[in-house]
Structures are given as C-alpha cells and as structure tokens.
Design a binder for this molecule. Structure first.
Ligand code: UDX
Ligand code: UDX
Length: 620
C-alpha cells in the first residue's frame, strides 16, 4: 500500500520524537494523491482525530504540500494540555502542548500537488521552527561529507541529498577542476538523470567543495570514495589494491576530527581494509570515537541514478559492538528515507567488504562464461544470442548479464577480481585464486580473439589501413573509458600499424589519446597523478561523427553498444568505404544478415560465421 517512505533521521529531532513520512494511496472523495504522516514514538493507535489541523494545517499549506485532514495525538499529549478533539477545526497553537513528546498526524496531499521533495523539506523546517526555542536547540541537522567526487561519490551523494532533505551533504575532492565542474552546468560525468537531481539539491543541501579538511571536520558521517587502483609495483604488484589514497584519507580524518564520526568505506576495498583504517584512526584519535562502516556501492554506470533510487539492496557492515550497531543504525536511517527496510542488509564488516568483491566477480564470471561459449558458437555454427536466451530462461540462471561482447570493461570488474585473487593467494588458497583469475584470462582472450578476427579477415594485415572504431566507452550511456575493451583492441590494431579513426558520442579526443598512451592500471589514479601531457598517438584520429570516422575506411569495429549505432545509415557507410568493406561487431548491435545484403563482410561475436571468415583461424 505504501508507495514511498521517507524516514527523517531521529537525530534531527528531539530525542523523544521521531518523524516518519509515508505516502499512501487513498480513495477519499477529494482524490488526494497521498498522505504524509508524522508519527511520534508513542504511535497513533490510541490517538484521536482532529479535522482541520490548525497550525499544522497552516504549515502544510505554506509548504505547498496540502491540507491536514487528520491529526492524531497520543493520550500523553492530551493529558499534557492539548485539547484537540475530533472535528476541532483550526484549533491551532493554543491547544498544542508546549513540548510535544508524542504526536502523529496525517496530511492528505491535494490533487495535482504531489509533494516534491523540497516541499517536504520546507515542511519539516517549518515544523522545526514552530517548536519551542529550547527544543529547537536540541535539533541538529545530520551532516554528511564525502571524500571523492567521482563516478561513485558524486551520484550517490546527490541522491542522498535529494532523498534526505534534512541532511546536509558536502562532496569534497582534491581536484579543483572536478569540483568546479560539479558546481557548473557541465557536470564532470555523464550519467542519465544526474543533471536533474543535482539541479534540485545543489545550493540547498548539496554542496561541492575543495575545502576538504573543514567539511570533514564538521561532518557526522564521512564517506570515503577515493580511488583504489591496482598496485603497479612492490608487494602484490598487478593484483593487490593500492590503498595509498585511502590511508592518507584516514590520517587526515583523524587529524581534523573534533567530534565523533562514522567513517564509511564507499570505495571497493580488499577484505579487512576496515581493520587497517580503524587502527589508523584509533591510534591518531585524540579521544574521539570513530566507527567504521562498510557500505559498498552497487551502482552501475549509465544507470547509476535508477540503481540508487531503487537499489536491489543496500549493504551496511559494521562492528558487532553496541557502538558499532548504533553506527549501522544511523546510516540505515539515512537510506531508510527511500529504501524499503527489507532491502537494507546489515552484516559484519568483513562480510560486507567481501560481498562487494564477490558480487563483481560473479557478474564478470557470467560475461566470461557467455564469451567463452561465444567462441564455441563461432566454431560450431550455433548462435550465442539463441544459446544465452535458452540458458537464461532457466529461472535458476536468469536472463541478465548474458550478452556476449568483445569483453567486459569498467573500473571495477578486473580490479576487484585481481584484488580477490590476491587475497586468496595471501590466504593460502591458490586453487581458488586461479579459478577467479581465469575469468580475467577469458576476458583478455576475447579481446585478442577480436583483434585477430579483424587482422586475419583483412588479408592478415591492417598496416596503413583505415579502421573506424565506433564507440570507445566501456559501455553505452557513459563517457567512462576506464579499462574499456576498446583500449586493448585499439592497441592491438595499432600494433599491426593500422590507422584508427574513432567516434564515441561521449568521449573526448583528449581522453582517448590519454588512454591509448597510459600504461595499464595508471588510469585509476587521480588525474593529477597521471602523466600530464600524454604523447598523442599519431596513428589515431578522433571525430565527432560516425560517418566521418567510417569515410574511406577498410573496416569498421563496433566496440560500444550505443543505441545510435543501431540506427546508422549503413548503406551510406558502405558506399563511402573501401571494398571489400568489413564490419566487426563487438557488441552484437547490428543485424548481420541485413548488412551482408548491403555488401559488407560481417563478423558478429558468437554468430554463425560469414563464408569469408570460415576458414580463417580465430586465434593466429
Ligand atoms: C572510486 C574508485 O576508483 C573505485 O575503485 C571505488 O570502488 C569507488 O571509488 P570512482 O568514483 O568511479 O570510483 O572513481 P573516480 O571517478 O576516479 O573518483 C575518485 C575521486 O577521488 C577523484 O575525483 C579524485 O580526485 C578523488 N581523490 C582521490 C581525492 O579527493 N583524494 C585522494 O587522495 C584521492
Ligand atoms: C559494475 C557492477 O555492475 C556494479 O554493481 C558495481 O558496483 C560496479 O561494477 P559497471 O562497471 O558500471 O558496474 O558496469 P556493468 O553494467 O556491470 O558492465 C561492466 C562491463 O561488462 C561493461 O563493459 C559491459 O559492456 C560488460 N557487459 C555487461 C557485457 O559484456 N555483457 C553483459 O551481459 C553485461
């Protein structure tokens, strides 16, 4: 029945009063759209009903939410001097107990005036203002500060700010340019729906700043969402997570803290990181109490806002001490503003940390499994889409994450699996380590298989041939290129001296040049620590148009599944290409049959092979 729930953290209210907002469907004659309920600890079971609602009605009207239709008071309040009775129209302040400890009332939202979040917030402010001076002093707004304004920190905090109007959220970052972008109309990351959320909250209860120490010092809850790259040298190089940025964040938090803090791991970290962070904080605490929580992010780029609005689950891990449990509850209350309670899972710290690595490893494993099958499909004449469909129809397996591709990319899968592998090795579990490592091996195999298909079909050389690359991001609807398979594919083609012309609707030339010049793993360091002037790769040009990129090309490689690539005019593309014209679809976005009819020689992952490719080896 309840379509939306919004629980205001108890800490913004007096210790004895908790406020809960719920929206319910109603069939009242005024066709209200919903109800906002504010309930005190005592609950409303014994309460009485008043129509009109006096001062509360005024508050509701002013805030634009609607009119109070029902007002419930707990018996204690009535004894304490309140005299609201059923039907007591506009009774107002004079009947209200000076310091209500238990109250519950409901407002019916007027038709066409569904309460927007800021109105609810305004409503609460009004509510707080009309409290007695003494009570108001006890009230405190929860302050959240997030270190790291990246793909994870930025959208997550924007959604918390939107869904929790009574919480102040400040996102801080060492990158001046990134913060400036967050404060401008051109946000630093492309994410559908993000602009809207940021516009609604920025300047109200969402702020972006480079004053890291000041805001961390003031926060009750500090989220840490800084980079955790794979180590490039020393112990565990190429596998272990590099916690340099995390460690310095922890030292800084300890340094600037003047009040107790909950420190939340948002970045994906190796299991037991919390223990290390806890040690740093406690040894530098100056008597301040720190609680560490693990609250890993499960958002996927391109759908981050939807994932945050409607998560499958929110995971909060904490210490199993009374203080740890209290901290878990405090964070749970933040999420409970919009996430149903049964989707908020609380666990111990280590389970939370490991669950994140395990979830990403399972997801990546599905892709490597279907990609391994795709190679077999090409060899046998099966169609991987048909196989995946049939396999996914088994409800025990399910249909998601079974699209064969040129390989998975993104900042998480490879890094997290490598971290998992390293942890297994450190714990004396080489068989487990090698099991998970194979997920990455199959992914690398899939990328090199693709390059080999391109080279071998084009008479075993692409030297000085123009190859158009459509799509560079690691998946559609994002401009993110971290660990994108396009990097390895382009490097493979460049290794055979191809001339590459790249088009991606969201990735800039500067980014592409940087990516092709960077060493493996360097991409996950903050930008200011990456090489400042990457030498442009001369064989690469970047265009802002798919037709321009493909003009005069010998071959086209589709490396990201952008929707627009399904709708291109392939006849026009074919006419402007060298012949024979090749198309290599690494994302299965085009219909191979239709393109063959136009005249293309087509390779699609895991699909029955074009006669041209039949006798050519998949791996040279
Ligand atoms: C990051 C990590 O890369 C990922 O492993 C983890 O799971 C979540 O956090 P993301 O938000 O996608 O993911 O990274 P990124 O966009 O690079 O953002 C990290 C931000 O932290 C950068 O803006 C960087 O400037 C900032 N940062 C880094 C700091 O403010 N201080 C530091 O010491 C290091
Ligand atoms: C992933 C997880 O989904 C998310 O829960 C976690 O918090 C971070 O890592 P993300 O990396 O943003 O999110 O993207 P995701 O949608 O998982 O895709 C990862 C890669 O797998 C992409 O390159 C994508 O194209 C590829 N992929 C995905 C496939 O090749 N086939 C599929 O069926 C699904």
């Amino acid at each position: 029945m309840c379509s939306r729930k919004c629980v205001v953290p108890a800490s913004v209210l007096t210790p004895t009063v908790a406020v809960r907002v719920a929206r319910e469907d109603s069939v009242a004659t005024r066709r209200p759209l919903g109800r906002v309920m504010i309930r005190g600890a005592g609950g409303g079971e014994n309460g009485r009903v008043a129509r009109g609602g006096g001062v509360w009605g005024g508050v509701a009207e002013e805030s634009g939410i609607g009119v109070v239709q029902e007002l419930y008071l707990g018996p204690d309040d009535l004894r304490g001097g309140g005299s609201l009775e059923q039907g007591d129209e506009g009774s107002g302040r004079r009947h209200w107990p000076a310091s209500p400890t238990k109250l519950l009332f409901a407002i019916t939202i007027r038709e066409g005036r569904e309460a927007p979040e800021p109105s609810i917030r305004a409503f609460f402010y009004s509510l707080l203002q009309i409290r007695s001076q003494e009570t108001a002093q006890k009230l405190k707004m929860v302050k959240i500060c997030c270190l790291g304004a990246g793909y994870v920190g930025g959208p997550t905090m924007a959604v918390i700010a939107l869904k929790c109007p009574s919480v102040e959220v400040v996102v801080v970052d060492i990158s001046v340019a990134r913060i400036a972008a967050w404060n401008s109309d051109q946000l630093p990351i492309y994410e559908p729906g993000l602009d809207d959320v940021v516009k609604k909250c920025r300047g109200r209860n969402l702020f972006f700043s480079t004053e890291i120490e000041k805001h961390i010092g003031q926060a009750d809850i500090v989220f840490v969402s800084v980079n955790t790259p794979t180590k490039t040298r020393g112990l565990g190089a190429g596998m272990a997570a590099d916690l340099t940025y995390w460690e310095s964040a922890a030292r800084m938090i300890a340094d600037v803290a003047k009040s107790d803090k909950i420190v939340v791991e948002k970045s994906t970290v190796p299991v037991k990181t919390a223990e290390a962070i806890e040690k740093i904080l406690i040894h530098n605490s100056k008597g301040i109490n720190f609680q560490i929580l693990s609250n890993p992010e499960f958002l996927a780029e391109g759908t981050a806002i939807q994932d945050l609005f409607n998560p499958d689950r929110v995971l909060i891990g904490g210490r199993e001490t009374p203080e740890g449990k209290k901290a878990v509850q405090a964070l749970k209350q933040v999420y409970a503003n919009w996430v149903p309670e049964d989707r908020i899972i609380t666990t111990n710290l280590w389970s939370a940390e490991l669950s994140k690595l395990a979830a990403n490893a399972f997801l990546a494993q599905r892709i490597s499994s279907v990609n391994a099958i795709s190679a077999l499909c090409e060899a046998t004449g099966a169609d991987v889409a048909e196989v995946a469909y049939s396999v996914g129809k088994d409800t025990r397996i399910g249909p998601k994450f079974l699209s064969a591709s040129v390989g998975f990319g993104g900042s998480c899968f490879q890094k997290d699996i490598l971290s998992l592998v390293y942890i297994c090795e450190c714990n004396g579990l080489p068989e487990v380590a090698s099991y998970w490592k194979d997920v990455i091996k199959v992914n690398d195999y899939q990328k090199s298989r693709f390059v080999n298909r391109v080279v071998s079909s084009m008479f075993n050389t692409v030297s000085e041939k123009k190859i158009a690359v459509l799509g560079f991001a690691f998946k559609k609807d994002t401009g993110d290129t971290r660990e994108t398979p396009a990097i390895d594919v382009c490097k493979g083609l460049l290794g055979d001296k191809a001339k590459i012309s790249i088009y991606d609707p969201q990735v800039s030339e500067e980014q592409i040049q940087r990516d092709l010049a960077l060493k493996k793993f360097d991409w996950d360091h903050p930008v200011h620590l990456q090489p400042t002037s990457p030498t442009a790769v001369k064989q690469v040009t970047v265009t802002w148009d798919a037709y321009e990129a493909t003009k005069g090309a010998h071959g086209v490689c589709i490396l990201t599944e952008w929707d627009e690539f399904r709708k291109l005019d392939y006849v026009k593309i074919y006419e402007n290409m060298q012949k024979p014209a090749f198309i290599f679809d690494g994302r299965n976005v085009i219909d191979p049959q239709k393109l063959r009819e136009i005249g293309f020689i087509v390779f699609s992952i895991g699909k029955p092979l074009d006669p041209w490719l039949k006798d050519m080896p998949a791996v040279v």
